[in-house]
Design a protein around this ligand. Structure first.
Ligand code: NAG
Ligand code: NAG
Ligand code: NAG
Ligand code: NAG
Length: 391
């Protein structure tokens, strides 16, 4: 389970005076950062207002991820076509240089701070195989009892130093918030990640932690872990939402510290700051968008696997050359990894209820999706049936 680190810090009982000092330092550096990024923020907001997803796009979001891949893709393509003609008058939306953050990395190290339940296990396996094909080293973190994704500054420093110590070229994979290497005066790696429809993702997580094999596997690694309550295991997502159980109540601004909380996909892009924690807030959304624009080479989208693979191959060729072929040749093997056979379907009505409270998470997902599709179109690939299907 993943949870925030703040709880641990609190238990350690940092003396009051020290925490005040830390708060003061944090406050002043945040202020500095704020002044620094205010300009960028407002420019970005300007762009975003014009990039709001169309009605079509939102409704395509309601389709189930696995079943309606091509329908979703076609609708999005329509939306993007409109955007490109109406919106950009003064700037070139398909400026390859602006869309290629790989160029701005200072090191041939790929940093994949993978979001859980977005098929990232599959992408990790893909990278493992690509490491043999494309001659780079593959590294990942250890399985942890409690996965900590928000790190204290000293832990961030340890992490960036570790990743920086790898010989080039290599990849490092870990469930962790966006970590800014530049802040620690270290060369910037190539950042990548994958996102998924946030409501599908939260449902996937709900059943993942209830799957029998999840417990068996964890029990093997950590024998003293207690077994969960059978009532909790048996509870389905719909009843959980309808009963308004704590676990399935999604309230704006909530912190949910100390509970394995997977409702915030944005957290993986926003960063380690306290400002990133409250659920579905504008502040966290803006910071997450900013870090994607500024740092991420590629943020793939589970619902658009082909576009994701093509963009990865073209924007991060050193690592992803041949990815599409490998993916489809060994698709079955990849897909079987981590597939949860115990996940029952959830009705559209319930999904719709939940969606109403995930507005910023959905906006972030759409933002990543539009960016991926802009990257794809900027490649100006010859139109053929395959790419038509794709986008
Ligand atoms: C959505 O948010 C509203 C307002 O905070 C709350 O009353 C409602 O219970 C939430 N719904 C769910 C499914 O969490
Ligand atoms: C990362 O750190 C650098 C240097 O401090 C800063 O310029 C940049 O804005 C930071 N990125 C984000 C997303 O905060
Ligand atoms: C992006 O930049 C990387 C590194 O310079 C380069 O290898 C790649 O070909 C570029 N991709 C595109 C589409 O320009
Ligand atoms: C993705 O590409 C593969 C292989 O080229 C193809 O078989 C599949 O139909 C494509 N999927 C979509 C949704 O276009």
């Amino acid at each position: 389970m993943i949870k925030d680190n703040m709880w641990r810090q609190r238990r350690l009982g940092v003396p009051k005076r020290t925490s005040e000092l830390i708060a003061l330092v944090a406050l002043s550096s945040t202020l500095f950062l704020f002044l620094h990024t205010r300009d960028l923020h407002s420019r970005l907001r300007e762009m975003e207002v014009r990039l709001q997803p169309s009605e079509n796009d939102i409704s395509s979001n309601q389709l189930s991820a696995e079943d309606a891949q091509s329908a979703v893709s076609l609708q999005t393509f329509g939306a993007l076509r409109r955007t490109s003609t109406d919106v950009y008058e003064t700037m070139d939306p398909l400026d390859l240089d602006a869309l290629n953050n790989t160029k701005r990395a200072n090191k041939h190290v790929l940093f994949f701070n993978r979001v859980p339940k977005v098929g990232s296990q599959t992408f990790m396996q893909l990278l493992r195989r690509l490491s043999m094909r494309n001659n780079f080293a593959f590294n990942r973190d250890q399985v942890q009892r409690v996965e900590t994704i928000r790190l204290a500054p000293y832990e961030q420093r340890q992490l960036v130093r570790l990743v920086n110590s790898y010989a080039e070229p290599s990849v490092y994979v870990k469930h962790v918030c966006f970590t800014n290497f530049t802040e620690f005066n270290l060369p910037q790696p190539i950042y990548m990640n994958v996102v998924r429809d946030p409501v599908e993702r939260v449902i996937s997580w709900y059943y993942y932690v209830r799957a029998p094999w999840y417990y068996v596997e964890r029990k093997q690694i950590f024998p003293d872990l207690p077994l969960p309550d059978p009532e909790w295991l048996k509870k389905d997502f719909e009843s959980c939402v309808l009963n308004g159980d704590r676990e399935c109540r999604y309230i704006e601004g909530e912190y949910h510290e100390g509970i394995g909380d997977h409702r915030r996909q944005t957290l993986f892009f926003c960063g380690h700051s306290e400002k990133c924690t409250p659920f579905n807030t504008v502040g966290a959304l803006e910071r997450a968008k900013l870090s994607v624009e500024k740092h991420y080479a590629v943020v793939g989208v589970l619902e658009d696997v082909n576009a994701t693979l093509t963009v990865l191959e073209n924007y991060i060729p050193q690592f992803f050359e041949g990815a599409k072929e490998l993916y489809w040749d060994e698709m079955d093997a990849f897909k079987r990894i981590n597939k949860n056979a115990f996940k029952p379907p959830v009705s559209e009505a319930i999904k719709e209820m939940v969606r109403k409270n995930f507005t910023r998470e959905i906006e972030f997902y759409q933002f990543c999706r539009q960016r991926l599709h802009r990257q794809y179109r900027a490649l100006k690939l010859p139109t053929n049936l395959d790419s038509e299907n794709n986008l």
